[in-house]
Design a protein around this ligand. Structure first.
Ligand code: H79
Length: 428
């Protein structure tokens, strides 16, 4: 269920950590797509050591990034669990040199740093023999090794006995995660192969609430989650309800040494601001190495983002969704009491800053983080129709915008905007 902490959060850090960090492969998909054999993919288990795993350092970094929560992959589509599941030996304790549970120390370290604990779990499992739930009459050799590829729901038929065994396993693992780690949030993935009824999603929601009261659920559980999760494509309009945009820093979710196609810090800041200005949040992904260390490019960006956020905290963190771009041609946010309007600037204005539709009297306009007061002038308006004039704000031509600056408009009262089409239109 939705919680205040989640509604108020602006930034989460997504952590894709698993055996796919060992070789230069992506997470799970390469064997599904036939780019690498299942055996070759799984041989990465021999190299997953977590030798330098330091969850306290992770938590500190996440805090320095300015994030309020983090989400770690407990099990991706490949089925390899990072905790000591009793329901399968496909886990890092039994199969990898890591040889220990990796989830508990993560949870403890985050809690120590006052960061909410999120766990990622893929519903589907491309290693579990019952997941494809193939009809018995279809010989295994006809399916190309069904349990390890995409031969799920073969010829539209299902062996529902196998499927119910899989569901029992799925519920069992989720019960373990909830009761052992008491997550603040569960981030599901991989619900697409079957219907809500087949997954018994409605029942799952109730079960999760019984095992982890108050847990926030993303909506990759058909219609039964709490918030939506656009992935890798920044929304242009605000999605309905609560939402969180998840994005990789380069082009991979997990560690990939050769992928240097990183978004720059200023691009990440811009995207973060776009999200919060539309009332959403950013879930920014990192991919630690197999030994648990975090690549420098990622650390650097997290620190940079955090330092920008700290400098602009009231506009970035203590804020709510901003105003429409018909009023101001850029992203904006508001203070929770709606008495301060924050306009984000990513380029030095050649001309004045233009704001349309603001009715409120203004106390003061400043550049956030400086004492600098800005001159402004309101011009025009049709008082008799309660249509305000336009606001023109002067901005110093020498100012260092850097990665983004914020103009703070302090209002005398709660924001009051004219949003209409104008009064003097012809009527039929
Ligand atoms: O963990 C990362 C990715 O591996 C995972 N989500 C992030 C966080 C991810 N899983 N799937 N996808 C991303 C996109 C999947 C799209 C497809 Fe399909 C699945 C294409 C074909 C099958 C869903 C079902 C969309 C079309 C049909």
């Amino acid at each position: 269920m939705l919680q205040d902490w989640f509604i108020e959060a602006k930034l989460g850090i997504f952590i894709h950590w698993g055996i796919y960090a060992v070789k230069p492969t992506g997470e799970s998909w390469p064997f599904f797509n036939g780019e690498i054999s299942y055996e070759d993919y799984m041989s990465q288990m021999d190299g997953f050591g977590a030798e330098k795993y330091d969850p306290a350092a992770w938590a500190k970094l996440i805090q320095e990034a300015g994030a309020q929560y983090a989400i770690l992959t407990t099990k991706h589509h490949d089925g390899v669990a990072l905790w000591d599941t009793k329901l399968s030996d496909l886990n890092v304790i039994e199969k990898c040199p890591a040889g220990r549970d990796l989830i508990e120390p993560y949870c403890a370290a985050l809690r120590e740093h006052d960061i909410k604990v999120g766990l990622y779990f893929s519903h589907l499992d491309w290693s579990h023999p019952d997941y494809p739930s193939l009809p018995k009459e279809i010989p295994e050799e006809d399916t190309g090794g069904a349990s390890k590829t995409n031969r799920f729901n073969y010829q539209g038929k299902t062996d529902y006995e196998a499927w119910s065994r899989f569901l029992a396993f799925h519920r069992g693992q989720l019960k373990e995660l909830c009761t052992q780690f008491d997550p603040d949030l569960l981030w599901f993935d991989g619900d697409w192969d079957r219907s809500s009824e087949e997954w018994k999603m409605k029942e799952l929601r109730d079960e999760l609430h019984a095992w982890a009261p108050g847990v926030v659920l993303n909506s990759r559980m058909k219609a039964y989650g709490d918030y939506s999760t656009p992935e890798q494509g920044l929304p242009v309009l605000s999605p309905d309800g609560e939402w969180e945009y998840c994005m990789t820093m380069n082009d991979h979710w997990g560690y990939m040494d050769s992928d240097t196609n990183y978004k720059s810090l200023s691009q990440i800041i811009r995207i973060f601001v776009e999200c919060i200005s539309m009332g959403g949040k950013l879930l920014l992904d990192i991919g630690p190495r197999a030994d648990g260390t975090i690549p420098e490019e990622q650390e650097e960006r997290l620190r940079g983002l955090g330092s920008w956020i700290r400098k602009h905290k009231e506009a970035a963190i203590e804020s709510i969704k901003g105003i429409s771009r018909n009023h101001y041609a850029g992203p904006s946010t508001l203070s929770r009491d709606r008495k301060n309007l924050y306009l984000f600037l990513f380029d030095l204005p050649q001309n004045q800053i233009f704001l349309n539709g603001l009715r409120n009297p203004i106390k003061r306009i400043t550049i956030l983080g400086t004492k600098e007061e800005l001159e402004y002038k309101r011009m025009g308006g049709a008082d008799w129709l309660n249509i305000p004039g336009n606001l023109w704000i002067d901005f110093p031509s020498q100012f260092e915008i850097g990665m983004g600056s914020v103009v703070k408009i302090e209002l005398e009262s709660e924001l009051d905007l004219f949003t209409g089409k104008g009064g003097a239109v012809a009527q039929n």
